[in-house]
Design a protein around this ligand. Structure first.
Ligand SMILES: CC(C)(COP(=O)(O)OP(=O)(O)OC[C@H]1O[C@@H](n2cnc3c(N)ncnc32)[C@H](O)[C@@H]1OP(=O)(O)O)[C@@H](O)C(=O)NCCC(=O)NCCS
Length: 157
């Protein structure tokens, strides 16, 4: 009985690992559930096979419940997208996923990481602040719904 319960709990613990090209369909579905302009499976696939792109996933059991994608260029990285499945949000999944990703980017030689975030996106803003990102600029009225984009930076290493 105790073995059964511990196996059950172990299955519900999240795990974090590199995302693979075969994850494109699931990551595309997560992206579409998370953003107004969802990325198609083929767009995600092209990113996953790009040697300049670094990608990680969060799993609960066999299910992929989150992902993060960045592109490296000239010693810097840009986070292209991060999302957690709507039903799994607010449980601290994105933090360790982002941490693992930042450590990998640093290991690959990135000295700084940039990203753009909607100023009204409170969960993303909280996530990035907690991870040590700081605002470096603001793109006024950047999004079609009128919100501004904040450009955030975090130095690595
Ligand atoms: C942003 C996102 C990845 C965070 O994933 P998550 O696993 O839910 O993250 P967490 O559970 O660690 O929560 C992140 C922070 O947001 C806070 N938060 C959660 N829901 C919130 C809400 N509705 N309003 C304000 N803050 C909220 C949490 O309290 C936490 O902050 P804290 O560490 O200061 O307590 C997730 O919300 C998501 O996928 N959103 C849609 C896609 C997206 O906007 N991506 C970012 C684009 S830049």
């Amino acid at each position: 009985m105790i073995n059964f319960v511990s196996r059950l709990l172990a299955r519900s613990e999240p795990t974090f690992s590199a995302a693979l090209p075969g994850d494109a369909a699931t990551i595309s579905a997560l992206h579409k559930a998370s953003f107004q302009r969802g990325w198609e499976e083929n767009e995600i696939y092209q990113l996953l096979v790009d040697s300049a792109v670094v990608a990680h996933r969060a799993n609960i059991g066999n299910a992929i419940v989150g992902f993060i994608l960045s592109r490296m260029a000239a010693g810097e990285a840009e986070i292209l997208s991060i999302a957690v499945a709507p039903a799994r949000r607010g449980r601290g999944l994105a933090g360790p996923l982002l941490d693992l990703h930042l450590r990998r980017l640093a290991g690959l030689g990135a000295r700084a990481v940039f990203l753009e975030v909607d100023e009204r996106n409170a969960p993303a803003g909280a996530l990035y602040r907690r991870a040590g990102f700081r605002q470096v600029s603001r793109r006024q009225g950047y999004y079609t719904h009128g919100a501004s984009a904040l450009v955030l930076r975090r130095d690595l290493g």
